[in-house]
Write a protein that binds this ligand. Structure first.
Ligand code: SF4
Ligand code: SF4
Length: 442
């Protein structure tokens, strides 16, 4: 058993067995994709195609509006039939490009191999990541090229690949570590070269021993002159959160409010490493990704390679549909995922999972007053006081919530999970954060 971990956290049921044994297969390409033009943290894209245009698979259809943004690509070849707002997992409709699939998968001319990793300079690797539209595929969707561009005064010495996949139910990263381990090592080497980092670490929870073995073998065979280690981590939620992963693998503590680069580290998800490897080796931009379709409400759970803009409804149908007692649809995992009122929502770059829960997993218990048990304080990995922040927000005392450190909460949900009074702490904290963020912008 590994010792590597962090303070706080919880041990929820993991329920990985629904899909962990299912190899990655390609999802059926839909007759139409609906590709949202906002798929990353930061600015959305402007369309660079028009209704009636014929597009090729891998062709750029969305141009980023700012530095913290990433281009968006057609995931099929075919005809642009509409450009108009459509459902988005975050709630409000967002401008989307509708493409009628011609079934040909005609590739864009730009999709071809370029230089090898050995031939590429650091700047060229950063440009490939940027031009391929890479974002953090763990769900955070932070544009990858921004993480690869720290201020000149900061020297990144370590790149950590997040293979923890600590969210219950999700297994996409697990399968990629088994099936695409060579590309993960290749991508890690590319990240290290782009940043001038001397150390690479791949962190994996100890409930995925087959992935640990697979990655160790790939590292031994593929690391060359690079200093890369696989670290086995204690299985605990949220082990994959950036600050927790850095603490567990390097012992370094990221100060409150600071980014990992403050301790000379950059984190990347294992799926993002695969995407970078494919961008370098094949010239392939990010127009598809592995998604876990799972949960007790899915008849035939699977890990599918999904084209951007495929409707969740199509994915669920391909997995045999929902069970009769299906009750709740979530994009992502049960802890940090987004509950959806409809399955007519498109898969995005950040869609790591489609989770359908049944009645027994979704119990709406009544909220009670705080009994001051302190459990939420014990589990908070950021050493916050979720009870105080939550209560302040509930009473609309936003200044007080800010004083208690609401903005340091990264919404892992441990406090809500553990609260015996069923107080929706993370929801209240999220409201406070939104209000504080809006005030700061003014
Ligand atoms: S306060 Fe925030 S960071 Fe702390 S346990 Fe709750 S959700 Fe997680
Ligand atoms: S866990 Fe719930 S009941 Fe216990 S102190 Fe925190 S808010 Fe109060």
């Amino acid at each position: 058993m590994s010792e590597r971990t962090f303070v706080g956290g919880i041990h929820p049921g993991y329920f990985k067995d629904y899909s962990s044994g299912k190899p990655i297969t390609s999802a059926r390409a839909p007759a139409q994709v609906i590709i949202s033009l906002h798929q990353n943290i930061g600015a959305p894209c402007d369309p660079v195609v028009q209704v009636g245009d014929e597009v090729k698979m891998g062709q750029k259809i969305g141009e980023p509006k700012g530095f913290v943004s990433a281009p968006i690509f057609a995931s099929v070849s075919g005809k642009v039939t509409k450009i108009e707002p459509f459902n988005h997992p975050l709630g409000n409709p967002v401008l989307a490009v509708f493409i009628e699939n011609d079934g040909q998968d005609t590739p864009d001319e730009g999709m071809k191999p370029g230089k090898t990793l050995e031939e590429l300079s650091a700047e060229e690797i950063k440009k490939i990541a940027k031009d391929a539209g890479l974002v953090g595929l763990g769900g955070a969707t932070f544009p990858t090229h921004v993480k690869l561009s720290p201020p000149p005064e900061i020297k990144i010495d370590t790149v950590i690949i997040n293979g923890a996949e600590c969210e219950p139910f999700l297994t996409a990263d697990h399968r990629q570590m088994l099936e695409q381990s060579d590309d993960i090592v290749y991508g890690l080497k590319a990240f290290m070269k782009a940043l001038g980092a001397t150390k690479g670490i791949i962190g994996i929870e100890d409930n995925k021993f087959d992935a640990v073995e697979s990655m160790k073998k790939a590292v031994a065979e593929g690391k060359g002159d690079y200093d890369i280690e696989v670290h086995t981590l204690h299985t605990k939620y949220p082990q994959g959160a950036e600050k927790m992963l850095i603490k567990a693998t390097t012992g370094r503590e990221v100060p409150p409010g600071a980014l990992p680069m403050a301790v000379n580290v950059v984190n990347q998800n294992s799926g993002t490493a695969v995407a970078l490897a494919e961008a370098i080796k094949l010239g392939k931009p990010l127009y598809e990704r592995v998604v876990t379709i799972t949960g007790p409400g899915i008849k035939e759970p699977a890990n599918l390679l999904v084209r951007n803009g495929t409707l969740v409804k199509d994915l669920i149908e391909q997995c045999g549909g929902m069970t009769d007692d299906a009750r709740k649809l979530i994009l992502g995992g049960p802890m940090m995922g987004l509950a959806q009122p409809t399955d007519e929502v498109p898969a995005l770059k950040g869609t790591s999972g489609v989770l359908v829960l049944t009645e027994e997993f979704v119990k709406d218990l009544p909220i009670s007053p705080c009994i001051k048990c302190g459990k939420c304080l014990d589990v908070c990995p950021m050493s916050l006081m979720p009870n105080f922040i939550g209560s302040a927000s509930e009473k609309n005392m936003i200044d007080l919530a800010e004083k208690y450190g609401a903005m340091d909460c990264f919404e892992c949900g441990c406090c809500t999970y553990t609260c015996p009074a069923k107080r929706p702490l993370v929801q209240w904290i999220r409201i406070a954060k939104g209000e504080i963020g809006a005030r700061r912008k003014k």
